[in-house]
Design a protein around this ligand. Structure first.
Ligand SMILES: Nc1ncnc2c1ncn2[C@@H]1O[C@H](COP(=O)(O)OP(=O)(O)OP(=O)(O)O)[C@@H](O)[C@H]1O
Ligand SMILES: [Mg+2]
Length: 453
C-alpha cells in the first residue's frame, strides 16, 4: 500500500514539473502572439524538466519514445484537461474585434466538461503561432505514421470529415491517462494483461479438408505433441536442440489455418490460445514484455498451444529500421521471438504472406506449412460438407461442376452456402436454388476483387 502511494507521488511530482514548464511555454506563446515585434525567445528553447530515467511512468514514456520538445508539448497539452483543466482557461479569451473566441486557438467547449478541450489547432497554435512553415513542419505529429497514432496513444477525433483535420479534438487514450496518473492501466474487457482468446471450433477433425502435402505436415505436429516428450527427455534431445515446436502456417485467407490450429487442440485435448499481435506489440511500454511473459508462463505450465495470427507484423517490423521508434518496436519483436524460441510447447504463427520472411527467421521453425487454395477434389468435399443435412439441393445443381469451375477457398464456400441457405429459409423452403448459389459465388468473387468469369 505504502509503495503504491510513493509511486503516485512521483507521478504527481513529475506531472507538476511538466505542467509548470508547459505553463511557461503557453505564457510565452501568448506574449508573442499579442505583442508581435517585441524581442522574444523561441518557445521550443524553454527547457523542460529533466527526469531520472524510469522514475515515473511519464518519465519512462518520454525516454522510451525519445519524445522531442514539440511532441512533449502536444502530449502534456492532451493530458492537461485531465489533471489541471483550468490551465487552459486562457484560451477562452475573447477576440474583441469580432466578439467571439479566437479561431487560431482551436479547441472546443465540452458538453459536460466545464473547461477548454484542445484540438489539433490548439497544439499548432502553441507550437507554431502564425508561422505556416512551422505548422507544416510539425504536422507529422498528427500523421498516421507517427507512433502517437500508430500505437493508439493520442489521436485527433474528428466528427466531421469536411472540416480541417486539425479541428479534431486531441484525445489521449483512456489507458494512457490512467497510466500517467495512477500508474495503473485499467483492464479492458479483453484483458490487456492477457491479450489472448481461446480458439474453439464445433467442427471435427474429419471435417478438415486438406491436400496431401499439407495434411502430412499437420500430422507431424500431432506426432510431436504425442511423442515430443519422449524425444526430449528419454532420448535426451533437450541437450541438443531447442525445446518446443514452432510452426508457420501460410496461405490465403479462408484456407483453414485457424481451423487447423483449433482442431489440433481439440484432437489432443489442449487449449489453443490466439494472441492478438496488433494488441501486444508496442501497446504499452514495459507492459508489453510483462504481458507476453505472462501469456507464455501461463501457457507453458498448461501445455497450451499458442497461435499468433497475422504474424507478418513480426517479420515485417524486423527488417526495416527506419527510425528510432521502429527500433523500439523491434526490441519488442526480438523479445517476442526469444519467447517463442524458449517456449517448450507448440507455437503456431499464421500469415497470408510468406514472401517477406527472412532466412534467419525461417530457420527457427520446425515446419513451414503451406495452406493453398483447395484443388477441385477438395473443393467438392468442402461443398458437400458445407451444406446442411436439413437442406436439399435443387435438381439443376451439379456440385461436381461447381467445384471444378470455381477456384474458391473453404472459407468462401462456407459463405456462399450460408448465403444461399438463408435465401431458401427466408422463402420458407428447404431447397437451395442454383440461382442463389450462383449469386453467392458472384458476391464472394466481388469481395475478393476478382472478376467473375
Ligand atoms: N481446409 C478446410 N477444411 C475444412 N473447412 C475449411 C477449410 N478451410 C476453410 N474452411 C472453412 O472456412 C472457415 C474459415 O477458415 P479459417 O478461419 O480457418 O481460415 P484462415 O486460413 O485462418 O483464414 P485467415 O487467413 O483469413 O485467418 C472455417 O471455419 C471452415 O468452416
Ligand atoms: Mg485465420
Amino acid at each position: 500500500m505504502v509503495k503504491k502511494n510513493v509511486k503516485i507521488k512521483i507521478n504527481v511530482n513529475h506531472l507538476t514539473g511538466e505542467l509548470e514548464w508547459f505553463t511557461k511555454v503557453l505564457d510565452e506563446r501568448f506574449k508573442q502572439y499579442f505583442n508581435p515585434g517585441k524581442r522574444t525567445r523561441d518557445i521550443l528553447k524553454i527547457t523542460p524538466p529533466v527526469f531520472k530515467k524510469g522514475s515515473s511512468q511519464y518519465a519512462e514514456f518520454i525516454d522510451y519514445y525519445q519524445l522531442s520538445i514539440p511532441e512533449r508539448i502536444v502530449l502534456i497539452l492532451s493530458l492537461t484537461p485531465h489533471v489541471q483543466p483550468h490551465l487552459l482557461d486562457v484560451f477562452f479569451t475573447r477576440n474583441q474585434k469580432f466578439n467571439r473566441g479566437f479561431t487560431e486557438f482551436g479547441g472546443i467547449k465540452g458538453e459536460y466538461h466545464g473547461g477548454f478541450l484542445p484540438t489539433g489547432e490548439t497544439a499548432m497554435f502553441i507550437l507554431a503561432g502564425n508561422n505556416i512553415e512551422r505548422r507544416i513542419d510539425f504536422s507529422y505529429i498528427f500523421g498516421r505514421e507517427h507512433f502517437f497514432y500508430k500505437h493508439k496513444i493520442l489521436q485527433l477525433q474528428t466528427s466531421n470529415e469536411n472540416e480541417p483535420y486539425l479541428s479534431g479534438v486531441l484525445r489521449l487514450s483512456e489507458e494512457y491517462v490512467d497510466y500517467f496518473t495512477s500508474g495503473k492501466i485499467k483492464k479492458p474487457k479483453f484483458s490487456l494483461s492477457f491479450p489472448a482468446k481461446p480458439i474453439e471450433t464445433k467442427l471435427e477433425w474429419s471435417d478438415l479438408v486438406l491436400d496431401e502435402d499439407t495434411a502430412n505436415q499437420v500430422e507431424e505436429i500431432l506426432t510431436w505433441i504425442e511423442h515430443g516428450h519422449t524425444l526430449m527427455d528419454k532420448w535426451g534431445m533437450n541437450k541438443r536442440t531447442m525445446p518446443g515446436f514452432r510452426c508457420l502456417f501460410h496461405g490465403p485467407s479462408g484456407t483453414g489455418k485457424t481451423l487447423t490450429a483449433g482442431l489440433i487442440g481439440k484432437l489432443t485435448n489442449r487449449e489453443v490460445y490466439k494472441v492478438d499481435l496488433s494488441m501486444v506489440i508496442s501497446k504499452y511500454i514495459g507492459e508489453t514484455e510483462k504481458n507476453l511473459a505472462r501469456i507464455f508462463d501461463k501457457a507453458e505450465n498448461k501445455g497450451w498451444i499458442l497461435f499468433f495470427d497475422e504474424a507478418d507484423a513480426l517479420f515485417g517490423k524486423r527488417t526495416s529500421i527506419s527510425d528510432a521508434h521502429d527500433r523500439y518496436a523491434n526490441q519488442e519483436v526480438s523479445y517476442l521471438l526469444q519467447k517463442v524460441e524458449d517456449y517448450d510447447g507448440l507455437v503456431i504463427l499464421a500469415t497470408n504472406f510468406k514472401s517477406n520472411l527472412d532466412e534467419a527467421f525461417a530457420r527457427r521453425f520446425q515446419s513451414i506449412i503451406h495452406f493453398p487454395v483447395p484443388k477441385p477434389a477438395q473443393r467438392l468435399k468442402l461443398w458437400e460438407n458445407a451444406i446442411s443435412p436439413e437442406a436439399i439441393l435443387d435438381k439443376d445443381i451439379n456440385l461436381n461442376q461447381i467445384a471444378n469451375k470455381y477456384e474458391v477457398t473453404g472459407g468462401s464456400i462456407m459463405n456462399i452456402v450460408r448465403f444461399a441457405s438463408l435465401k431458401a429459409i427466408s422463402n420458407g423452403e428447404n431447397i437451395i436454388k442454383n440461382k442463389d448459389l450462383q449469386e453467392g459465388i458472384i458476391r464472394e468473387f466481388r469481395k475478393e476483387g476478382k472478376t467473375f468469369s
